[in-house]
Design a binder for this molecule. Structure first.
Ligand code: ATP
Ligand code: MG
Length: 595
């Protein structure tokens, strides 16, 4: 769909959309009017609530209300397994399976409020376990299956995991030996069949014995529903508590930020071990009654293009790291796939370089729509909307119902809202939206410190332009102070990315006796480029030309890969610790490593 046009150069570009080319009327066209008329209590009426006024439960909104209505036989989950396996669950199937799991939990003596952890790859049982646990009013906490034993044990311990759903292989490899440290862990459910293993039960036996009838008990909107650990990009991961009312945000953001329509085939590429894979890989698409795709395989550009084409994906939600990997292969690799069904592409998780937004137009005929949120916010807070112009490099506009501001802290412990456009400060959100975290587990003080007056302070620095678009500068921890300048790593990284040789860049401040800090960049090259002194000088020159000497990196090192979290975020703190020979700190969520 060639619905977007870009005017170069990228930095000043605004991508305008031709509305005549939209294959669906976008859910949000008049941003100002929707915003002005929006309030969360009316938004809640988009959902059903439990029958008989029994409250609000995520799983009812995601499954049961559809399973009772006209969507009962629609495919809810379409699972594409490794080696070509394929399984579909309709809303009715999903209702039965989650009912069984909820009954199985009760049969095991698991009570409301107790935590059910899931340590699985992206397989149907993960989705059934999370949603079944929500039905039983348990707290669901999905973990990345690639985590090592230590991060798993730590999280199970912090969250007082009562039940763990996993595979025999994962159990043997990662959990069994640490079990004595986990006195709360009463039950381990293995999803595969096999001979009995002490201290575990088998999924199939449990499910077979359980009834497929289940009535969700009365659920308060403030009842705890999900425990999500942050990515650990800046330090030790925090356990963010979310409640059933969060589903109101999931639904509203699915409507406006992802533009979900009734007949969509939606693909969120994130793993549920990261909040995006739960809020948007499970909940939001199901509350909208669409078909959501679950792809078990890890990233591979050609495989992904094949999935987009073969499954006729209409809305695609992915992340900057994946986009940058696709860019490495060039737009030509996309040709030859029929992506005619694809009508909207969004991205989250890290700053999306303007180059990547514009590359979307080149490769797919439409930009990637960046949006911003955090584990703590539970759902999308700032987004580029389908019907509105995109400014590459900007995170977009606040969602209806979300008040975002740029603030600075004042000497009396308060904050002042900065009204002037393009002045950098901390990104703050007016507290009170439904999916706002209700706490950091066991970290009361840390939680309290996030709030000043009416504001929730995000820890990210940003600017707002005169049109109200927000621009990410960097995490407060990552900002570089060099000779009196405050430099956001994102701007420097994006500039390096504009050079044809650069696939990825991570920028840190390196202590310097003269400047306080100097800007140092770590760069991974695209295939076909080799590191050399000449290329280093060329990149330094390129950066200096575009950024000026004060902001451009003084040093550039080449790396085959940059260290990243499991959710795909560049770990600048690790680049820095290694550069300075300092302790690496908590690296429990580290994924790819260069060493
Ligand atoms: P930790 O809090 O443990 O250090 P984390 O902040 O990476 O980890 P998440 O909650 O997964 O954990 O990530 C949220 C953060 O990711 C945001 O605060 C922001 O720094 C970054 N982020 C997410 N989306 C965007 C975006 N569109 N643009 C820029 N940054 C983003
Ligand atoms: Mg964070």
């Amino acid at each position: 769909m060639e619905s977007a046009t870009v005017s170069r150069p990228i930095r000043q570009a605004v991508i305008e959309k031709d509305r005549a080319l939209f294959s669906r009327q976008p859910n949000l066209t008049d941003y100002a009017a929707v915003r002005a008329n929006f309030d969360w209590s009316s938004a809640r009426t988009m959902l059903d609530g439990l029958p008989g006024g029994q409250g609000l439960n995520i799983a009812h909104e995601a499954i049961d209300r559809h399973a009772r209505g006209r969507r009962a036989d629609r495919v809810a989950l379409r699972w594409l397994g490794k080696a070509g396996a394929r399984r579909e669950l309709t809303y009715r199937d999903l209702q039965r399976a989650t009912n069984r799991f909820a009954n199985a939990l009760s049969g095991l003596g698991v009570a409301a409020g107790e935590a059910v952890f899931v340590l699985l790859g992206r397989v149907p049982e993960l989705y059934i376990a999370v949603l079944g646990a929500l039905k039983a009013k348990c707290v669901a906490s999905p973990l990345f299956s690639a985590f090592g034993p230590e991060p798993i044990a730590t999280r199970l311990d912090i969250g007082a995991g009562k039940v763990l759903v996993t595979t025999e292989v994962l159990y043997r490899r990662k959990v069994e030996a640490l079990r004595p440290r986990l006195p709360n862990l009463g039950q381990v459910i293995l999803i595969d069949d096999g001979p009995p293993i002490a201290g575990t039960v088998r999924w199939s036996a449990l499910m077979m014995a359980a009834s497929e009838e289940f009535v969700i008990p009365s659920t308060g909107p403030e009842d705890m529903a999900l425990l999500h650990f942050t990515s650990g990009t800046t330090g030790r991961p925090k356990g963010a508590i979310h409640v059933h009312e969060a589903v109101v945000t999931h639904h509203v953001t699915g409507l406006y930020a992802l533009d979900l329509h009734d007949d969509d085939i939606f693909w969120c590429t994130a793993d549920p071990g990261w909040v995006t894979g739960t809020s948007y890989g499970i909940i939001a698409p199901l509350t909208h009654g669409v078909t959501t795709l679950v792809v078990e395989e890890e990233f591979d550009a050609q495989t992904w293009y094949g999935v987009l084409a073969a499954e006729r994906v209409t809305v695609w939600y992915t992340a900057p790291t994946a986009i940058r990997m696709m860019m490495k292969l060039g737009a030509e690799a996309v040709r030859g796939y029929d992506l005619g069904a694809l009508r909207f592409m969004a991205s989250v998780g890290e700053p999306l370089n303007p180059e990547a937004v514009v590359w979307g137009v080149e490769a797919f005929g439409q930009p990637f729509h960046d949006n911003w949120w955090q584990t703590e916010t539970g759902g999308i807070m700032i987004a580029n909307f389908l019907a509105l112009p995109v400014k590459p490099g900007s995170m977009g506009l606040p969602l209806p119902g979300i008040d975002a501001a740029i603030v600075e802290r004042t000497s009396d412990g308060g904050v002042r809202v900065i009204d002037e456009p393009m002045v950098q400060g901390e990104l703050a959100l007016k507290a009170g939206w439904p999916s706002m975290m209700r706490g950091y587990l066991h970290e009361e003080e840390r939680f309290r410190k996030c709030f000043v007056g009416p504001w929730y302070l995000t820890g990210d620095l940003a600017k707002r332009d005169a049109d109200g678009y927000f621009w990410f500068v960097g995490r407060a921890d990552d900002v570089i102070k060099s000779s009196g300048h405050l430099i956001g790593p994102f701007e420097v990284e994006s500039t390096l990315m504009e050079h044809p040789a650069v696939a990825e860049a991570g920028v840190i401040g390196k202590p310097d006796p003269m400047a306080g800090e100097i800007v140092k960049a770590f760069v991974a090259l695209k295939p076909g480029y080799a590191e050399s002194e000449g290329l280093r000088r060329e990149l330094l020159g390129h950066a200096r030309r575009h950024l000026g000497a004060a902001v451009a990196p003084k040093e550039i090192d080449f790396r085959a890969n940059l260290p990243k979290t499991r959710s795909g975020k560049i770990m600048r703190r690790l680049l820095k610790a290694r550069e300075l020979g300092l302790p690496e700190g908590d690296i429990s969520s580290l994924e790819s490593d260069e060493r």
